[in-house]
Design a protein around this ligand. Structure first.
Ligand code: HEM
Length: 421
């Protein structure tokens, strides 16, 4: 009862903010409206067409959705920071999430960012990651071997959810059998990225973070006593080498890699397979010419990015390609919108697995550009290759799949399919 009253109050407050937004700028953008969580692209196009930036009351931020602007903001950390503690305006609600006790590299500027990223970057180079290919391929076969009935199964449950969590847990050195627990913590924790998160969800995300920390603490001690060849042991060693890492930073790094490396890749596989199944002629092109699969992965990242929005705080009064912005204001970048900008991509709403034009922004740009990109690309490529090898046909089955209601991490609730061996 109390919850539904709170929800009603929140809904009314949201409607009032949207009304004010419409009065002020002639347009209201409601990212959490059901139609926008299911298909955000028409709303992004409307925002792009209306002008360079839109003032969102709901998110208390400037929204930029044109490719050139997003590409300019992302790498410019001196003027547009990920560190929500900088240039904070007193009393203002902010869209930059509270990073928790020890900030992760994602929310730090150099020099701390450089120091922390340097400690794990070796594990994620294309070379190190490509060495995992045979193992990931055999994991993929094992997952498909577990399907009970080819006439109807959920591709999210069978492949998209388990594969990334097994791979990242093994790389980190945390027991894979604990993955149902990670999934729940990681799902709840990932909500903290949502700019429209409620107070209850934020509290729950903070608790999930604390649960993850409590889970990691004894593992760190185990590796201190008995190092192995995994990222966790590498971090513990860096801790012991002096001032490069402290105990809290180790735990924060583990938490970041587990959460960032999980949900996003799940959604690349899920959104990507949905796009291919909705465009059977494109899937057929991949069957006929599997050498197109790497470029298909790039196109799927562009077409329906797992990360739709990214946030920055403005450090000094400045401008974004001529649009003036003020210190302390926040920016929301529409990554999914930039990826569909007709100024950058021909026929941006079309899926073309052979597209060889421009580059998407789905992994970000600059110092914070995704460290896990080579791993995500590899997992998606292998998932598509093995699905095509094992099944002579695969098609959507059941009602149209629905997307979860989040606005930053875009992903499916389920993806029911039928296949033939
Ligand atoms: C398709 C899958 C993925 C997508 C779309 C994605 C997207 C992104 C984006 C957009 C950023 C930049 C955030 C910003 O600038 O504010 C980022 C950063 C990051 N990603 Fe990913 N990611 C994916 C997979 C992974 C994987 C597999 C891992 C690790 C195992 C990972 C770890 C990270 C980390 C640690 C950062 C922060 C890097 C830094 O601050 O220097 N991501 N990711």
């Amino acid at each position: 009862m109390a919850v539904s009253l709170k929800q009603a109050v929140r809904k009314t407050a949201m409607q009032a903010m949207l009304m004010r937004e419409r009065l002020e700028s002639g347009h209201a953008y409601n990212p959490v409206a059901y139609r926008n969580t299911q298909d955000p692209y028409p709303a992004y196009a409307a925002l792009r067409e209306r002008g360079q930036a839109h003032r969102s009351r709901l998110m208390n931020a400037w929204i930029f959705g044109r490719y050139q602007d997003v590409a300019a903001i992302l790498p410019d950390w001196q003027r547009f920071t990920n560190d929500g503690t900088k240039a904070k305006r007193p009393g203002k609600r902010t869209v930059i999430p509270d990073p928790g006790a020890a900030p992760s590299m994602l929310s730090l500027d150099p020099p701390d960012h450089r120091r922390l990223r340097g400690l794990v970057s070796k594990a994620f180079t294309p070379r190190a990651v490509n060495a995992l290919e045979p193992h990931i391929r055999s994991l993929m076969h094992e997952l498909l071997d577990g399907i009970d009935d080819l006439n109807g199964f959920d591709l999210m449950d069978v492949v998209a959810r388990p594969l990334p969590v097994i791979v990242i847990a093994e790389m980190l050195g945390v027991p894979v059998e604990d993955r149902p627990r990670f999934r729940s913590w990681s799902d709840r924790r990932a909500r903290i990225l949502e700019p429209t998160i409620s107070a209850e969800e934020r509290a729950d995300a903070v608790l999930a973070g604390a649960d993850l920390d409590a889970y990691f603490a004894p593992l760190v001690e185990e590796r201190r006593a008995d190092p192995r060849d995994d990222i966790l042991s590498g971090l513990v060693q860096a801790e012991e080498e002096g001032d490069r890492l402290d105990g809290n930073e180790t735990i924060t790094m583990l938490r970041l890699l587990l959460v960032a490396g999980n949900e996003t890749t799940v959604n690349l596989i899920g959104n990507g397979m949905l796009a291919l199944l909705q465009h059977p002629e494109q899937l057929q092109r991949l069957r006929e010419d599997p050498s197109l699969i790497p470029s298909a992965v790039e196109e799927l990242l562009r077409y329906d990015s797992p990360v739709q929005l990214d946030l920055r705080r403005i450090v000094e009064d400045c401008d974004v390609n001529g649009f003036p912005v003020k210190r302390g204001e926040d920016i929301v970048m529409l990554i999914g919108g930039a990826n569909r900008d007709p100024e950058q991509f021909t026929d941006p709403d079309g899926l073309d697995v052979g597209r060889d034009q421009g580059s998407h922004i789905s992994f970000g740009r600059g110092i914070h550009a995704c460290i896990g990109a080579p791993l995500a690309r590899l997992e998606a490529r292998i998932a598509i290759e093995v699905l095509l090898e094992r099944f002579s046909s695969i098609r959507l089955a059941g009602p149209p799949p629905r997307f979860r209601p989040s606005i930053v991490l875009r992903g499916l609730e389920s993806l029911p399919v039928a296949a033939e061996a």
